[in-house]
Design a protein around this ligand. Structure first.
Ligand SMILES: [Zn+2]
Length: 485
């Protein structure tokens, strides 16, 4: 493949001869779509995600003796955005077809998966990334992956460049690239991957990183893609940068329309504390093995017991973000979740969007749910997943005053939108990385159907399935987490 991500380019140079076959497990052959099983238990409120409003998927799948290809295009209401993303996806796909054609006489089998993740969406801006992964049965050198990401201005359909965000002087961009290279170096060192400053410079600059993704109003995200350190593991390298140190360069309308820009005459905001280390401590298994947290929202439901059987079979632990009103209906299932060592989080009483409630109403949602959980399993949850992942500074203040942190996710399976086990499994596996948190909903039969595939494929890639607390340690009230570092 011609289009490997830049991280891999330096790894080619720095760690010559390491093969790039690491994502083979991530590309199981595409199975024909299951007939969607209708589920009827308490549905009706979880089909809308504040992040995916108005975005649907278009699939283009090919399966024959030579190849299996699944390509997922995002379809937003903004034609120009669709065009930009589709153009990039099509370039990948054309390269893939060309490579397959060149091997037309061989008996080799080629695989391609392209999917996307939305990181941020509000009235004016949209951040998303596409991930492409490739493998072949007989040719390890063919395997690899690539990531591209953008922030778009919905009003114009244009990509917001780093120059738009950081002002036209190169100072801001250089400052950002320095932070980005430092953070990337630290991350690669942590993974015992050697990289020189020169390689970092070649890999992280204005040409290789033209845009950015928004994580929230205070943080930018750079989903750089996968770094490969041998034949047995691959993880997404996602670098999160606080805007605190860039405030000086953010004094413009574009930045102000997206981020929490502090006017420069005021003192800079204090840095948010770093994520806590894993509860398993130095030498703990999440330091030496790849850990991932499966999370299930909106239950307990009539499908949960089947899910618990599957998890038990695989000796996998998960975290359930439950609704108070469903605990009331299915108390025995909550007890079972607890007895079988899964973790319980608060997902509100009846799933309102917290950003539309006042402080007292949010507190009531949290406390009622805490109370019924406490009453049922004699434990009080320490964290909340806000319904629809919707929050603002008021919501965070309410969570904080109720003693809760907030747990989001790094991989969205969109299992509420596509009731298809193959699609759900594919998204979970292609999005997986060590320290990641995968969101699903145990109120859909198709989600439960997808779990054996997810467990099998991630376990084959040496993942350990842990609870959120095992993954990220003790959380701090008022803080927001979306993965472990
Ligand atoms: Zn929910």
């Amino acid at each position: 493949m011609k289009r490997f991500l830049f991280l891999q380019q330096w790894l080619y140079v720095g760690v010559i001869a390491l093969c790039l076959s690491v994502i083979g497990v991530g590309i199981a052959r595409y199975v024909a779509m299951d007939s969607a099983t209708a589920s009827s238990d308490q549905e009706g409120y979880y089909f809308v995600s504040s992040q995916y409003n108005d975005i649907t998927s278009r699939f283009s799948n090919t399966s024959n003796t030579q190849m299996d290809s699944i390509v997922e295009y995002p379809e937003t209401p903004y034609p120009k955005i669709n065009e930009t993303v589709a153009k990039t996806i099509d370039t990948y796909h054309t390269d893939f077809l060309e490579a397959v054609n060149q091997n037309a006489t061989s008996t080799n089998h080629f695989m391609e998966n392209i999917s996307y993740q939305v990181y941020f969406s509000n009235d004016t801006h949209l951040s998303l990334a596409i991930h492409a992964i490739y493998a072949s049965r007989d040719d390890e050198a063919f395997s690899g992956s690539s990531t591209e990401f953008w922030t778009f201005d919905k009003r114009t359909g244009e990509v917001v460049s780093l120059a738009d965000l950081l002002g036209n002087s190169t100072d801001g961009r250089e400052r950002l690239f320095i932070s980005l290279r430092d953070a990337t170096k630290r991350e690669l060192e942590r993974r015992k991957i050697a990289v020189t400053d020169e390689e970092l410079k070649d890999s992280i600059n204005a040409e290789t990183v033209p845009s950015f993704a928004i994580l929230n109003k205070k943080e930018l995200l750079f989903p750089l893609g996968r770094a490969n350190e041998g034949s047995s593991s691959s993880d997404d390298v996602e670098i999160k940068l606080q805007i605190d140190t860039l405030q000086l360069f953010l004094q413009n309308d574009t930045a102000r329309s997206i981020l929490d820009v502090v006017p420069i005459q005021q003192p800079a905001q204090p840095e948010q504390p770093a994520l806590p280390s894993t509860s398993t401590g130095p030498g703990g298994y999440c330091n030496t093995q790849k850990c991932i947290a499966l999370t299930f929202d909106d239950g307990p439901s009539i499908h949960t017991n089947r899910l618990l059987d599957i998890l038990k079979n695989a000796k996998a632990r998960a975290t359930f973000f439950v609704l108070g009103q469903n605990v009331e209906k299915h108390a025995a299932i909550l007890k079972r979740e607890n007895v079988e060592k899964h973790e319980i989080g608060n997902h509100s009483w009846d799933h309102p969007q917290f950003t539309k409630l006042n402080h007292a109403a949010i507190l009531s949602q949290l406390q009622r749910t805490d109370a019924i959980i406490q009453e049922t399993i004699s434990k009080r949850p320490s964290f909340v997943r806000p319904p629809y992942g919707a929050f603002d500074s008021n919501v965070i203040a309410s969570l904080s005053s109720a003693g809760h942190s907030s747990i989001l996710w790094s991989v969205d399976t969109r299992d509420w939108a596509d009731r298809n086990a193959s699609i759900i499994c594919n998204r979970a596996v292609t999005g997986a990385s060590s320290g990641g948190i995968i969101i699903m909903h145990d109120v859909h039969a198709t989600t439960v159907d997808a779990v054996p595939c997810i467990l099998k494929r991630l376990a084959a890639d040496n993942y350990v399935f842990v609870t959120v607390s095992e993954l990220i340690g003790t959380t701090k009230p008022g803080q927001t987490y979306y993965r472990a570092r």
